[in-house]
Write a protein that binds this ligand. Structure first.
Ligand code: CTP
Ligand code: MG
Length: 229
């Protein structure tokens, strides 16, 4: 089945998927590891393609796996696959450069958040469409958070009510993301961080528990249970 992406959609989704997955333990690149019967990236792309506003998907694949990823995704959805970079930020920039003219809303989504539901893409895109230059999905922080020194001695307790855990997809006006990447120095794990540095307001919307990032083996076990439920 080939998913037909909406030609009238105003959203392009970038999926950085070029990471090694070191924290997941030995094995191939994380995006190609299996969750249930299918690679993480297949789960992620299927959910992105099911979001009605999405017109274009660009995946940044491990450079050695570009042809394999194209083949893997061809039956899932119409996607453009480019070689990713050494850092996530570079992979995002390379994917952004491959977005054709048209979509004015860009969402950046980690392949590692393979179970983020289509509704989350729609709600982030809707907030950008309504005039917000940059939008991030967040969840409240449930644990008590302490600041500690290098010896593990507690320096203080952070006010949890003011904290949020940040997910992807993160959404941007196209020009805002392009300017943030053009001006980027160093590397950040999140695109909204680049935009913040430019003094542009970043707005939060409600995140989703299924958008958890699969980082360690425990997360993969949780995602496997979610998928089966
Ligand atoms: N990513 C990327 N290019 C890189 C590094 C990361 O496209 N050079 C992507 C990953 O594929 C992932 C997302 O960025 O979808 C979030 O990164 P992370 O969860 O850290 O994945 P990995 O870098 O693969 O994992 P690890 O840090 O454990 O090696
Ligand atoms: Mg990483």
């Amino acid at each position: 089945m080939t998913a037909q992406l909406n030609p009238r959609g105003d959203v392009a989704v970038l999926i950085p998927a070029a990471g090694a997955g070191v924290r997941l333990g030995p094995g191939g690149p994380k995006a190609l590891r299996l969750l249930g019967d299918e690679p993480l990236l297949v789960h992620a792309v299927r959910r992105v393609a099911a979001a009605p506003s999405v017109r274009t998907i660009v995946v940044a694949a491990p450079p050695a796996e570009v042809a394999a990823v194209r083949q893997l995704l061809a039956p899932v959805a119409a996607v453009t696959v480019v070689a990713g970079g050494v850092e996530r930020q570079e992979s995002v920039a390379l994917a952004l450069a491959a977005v054709p003219a048209g979509p004015e809303i860009i969402l950046v989504h980690d392949a590692a958040r393979a179970l983020a539901p289509p509704e989350l893409f729609e709600s982030v895109a809707a907030a950008v469409r309504s005039g917000r230059p940059a939008v991030i999905p967040v969840l409240p922080v449930v644990d008590t958070v302490k600041e500690v020194d290098a010896d593990g001695v507690v320096l203080g307790t952070v006010d949890r009510s003011a904290l949020r855990a940040v997910q992807t997809p993160q959404g941007f006006r196209r020009a805002v993301l392009a300017a943030a990447h053009a001006g980027a120095a160093g590397s950040l794990t999140d695109d909204a961080g680049l935009v913040e540095k430019q003094g542009i307001p970043v707005t939060c919307v409600q995140g989703h528990e299924h958008a958890l990032k699969i980082t360690r083996p425990f997360d993969l076990a949780v995602a496997t249970l979610l998928l089966a439920s």
